[in-house]
Design a protein around this ligand. Structure first.
Ligand SMILES: C[S@@+](CC[C@H](N)C(=O)[O-])C[C@H]1O[C@@H](n2cnc3c(N)ncnc32)[C@H](O)[C@@H]1O
Length: 417
């Protein structure tokens, strides 16, 4: 379905390589203190080039940034912290590029690249003992060209725990909500001067999203299924009868749950209503925005993460229960190993996992991707015991229809794996 997403390490290596190539070309050397800002911008350029969709970056922007590093880095809370940068979140699309990097617990920098020469830099140093959180939030504009290039740095005053930022970039005006805590990704929206929304409010990424041409296309394909109030065939609007049976029989007890590929959140909201502490993950921003609205209406609180299930954000504690309806069977075609490694990270010995996936024992020319029993067993039996593996049918949209044949796979993480 798509190429395997790069690991964070591969991403960082590629970014560093990109920097070295550019630095050599321009005969400049990079002060370590400002590494992440430059590196992140160059990363944005590289991926935007590769995808042919991003905003792109001019060489002049890079030179200008280099020229103004003293001023730029002098305003950072702890410039020396950027000697060894780390990218923790990344997304590019047709409207913006987002990069977040951090150095241990010392400093998080978010960079949102809105168009050539216009970006937002948000530095947050967490509160040291008895000192309050330090934050420096700026809109930076690169003006002019050649030797006349200069940076206009517009500080955003008094950034509170969740700063609201409005930034004009060409014909678009972006509205961002940037919580100070790096655990909460925030949101972004864009409109034209006449008020027309060209990017409805949506979450910013909470991990390294699929990127490069294949990754960008993959996100676009999933997101398009939900845009303009579209209702894709799997989005039934009622919780899975199989999930309900597992919960209501007591097979799965309330605890910390993660829903992988949650779509518009019906099952995640159901679990939250049943007393689970729910985190829900999807790559489609429109689906997540709709899920958030549904949860608000239902009066429940969940943690929604715009993230790739094969590269979940670091630092999530292991969950008691993992639920997946319809995500694994697609993801495994491009990156089965990445999926299995991710669920190992998200689980602990004893964690239960319920997967509902297309079943290859039925031959159909349409419907969900299908998985063979030996593929399921091959993917999971190294780390999970199969508590139950049975053939079911996905819930049909109408009572008259017959849903596609599916697997009900209830797994338990092994004690010693
Ligand atoms: C067939 S839909 C199922 C949605 C939901 N589970 C349901 O039952 O309504 C698959 C979902 O997985 C999401 N998805 C696909 N690949 C993903 C990935 N690598 N990481 C996170 N979500 C992904 C898609 O955006 C989509 O919402």
């Amino acid at each position: 379905m798509r190429k395997q997403a790069m690991t964070q390490r591969q991403l960082r290596d590629r970014i560093v390589w990109t920097f070295q190539r550019r630095a050599c070309f321009t005969r400049l050397c990079m002060p370590a203190a400002a590494a992440i800002g430059i590196v992140a911008v160059l990363a944005a350029k590289t991926f935007a080039d590769a995808a042919g969709t991003g905003p792109g970056l001019r060489a002049a922007d890079f030179v200008a940034l280099q020229d103004r590093l003293g001023e730029f880095s002098g305003k950072l809370p702890d410039p020396a912290a950027f000697g060894a940068d780390r990218i923790v979140a990344f997304e590019e699309n047709g409207h913006f590029v987002y990069v977040a990097g951090e150095k241990g617990a010392t400093l998080t920098r978010r960079l949102v690249y809105l168009k050539p020469g216009v970006f937002i830099v948000d530095d947050v140093a967490p509160a040291a003992a008895e000192k309050k959180l330090e934050r420096s939030l700026r809109v930076i504009r690169v003006r002019g060209s050649g030797k006349e290039v200069r940076l206009d740095i517009e500080p955003i005053e008094a950034p509170a725990a969740a700063a609201e930022v409005t930034a004009a970039a060409g014909e678009k005006t972006f509205q961002l909500r940037l919580p100070a805590s790096p655990d909460a990704a925030g949101s972004i929206a864009a409109r034209l001067a006449d008020g027309k929304a060209i990017l409805p409010e949506r979450p910013l990424p909470a991990g390294v999203m699929p990127h490069g041409p294949a990754g960008v296309r993959m996100i676009e394909r999933w997101d398009a299924a939900y845009r303009d109030d579209r209702r894709p065939p799997w989005d039934k609007g009622f919780p899975s009868s199989h999930l309900k049976a597992a919960v209501e029989s007591g097979t799965v007890a309330p605890g910390r749950a993660v829903v992988l590929g949650c779509g518009t959140g019906t099952n995640a909201i159901y679990l939250a209503k049943r007393g689970f502490d729910v985190t829900a993950v999807d790559v489609a921003p429109t689906a997540l925005a709709r899920a958030q609205a549904k949860a608000k209406e239902a009066g429940v609180t969940l943690r929604w993460l715009l993230a790739d299930v094969t590269a979940p954000p670091a630092g999530l504690e292991p969950f008691d229960f993992i639920f997946d309806r319809g995500c694994y069977h697609g993801v495994r075609r491009g990156n089965a190993r990445g999926y299995v490694e991710a669920v190992k990270k998200l689980s602990r010995p004893g964690t239960q996992m319920l997967i509902l996936a297309g079943n290859a024992n039925e031959e159909r020319h349409y419907g969900p991707p299908r998985v063979k029993e030996e593929e399921l067993r091959g993917d999971f039996s190294g780390s999970f015991d199969f508590v139950s593996l049975k053939t079911i049918r996905f819930d049909p949209m109408d009572a008259d229809d017959e849903g596609a044949m599916a697997w009900f796979a209830l797994l338990r993480r092994k004690e010693n794996e």
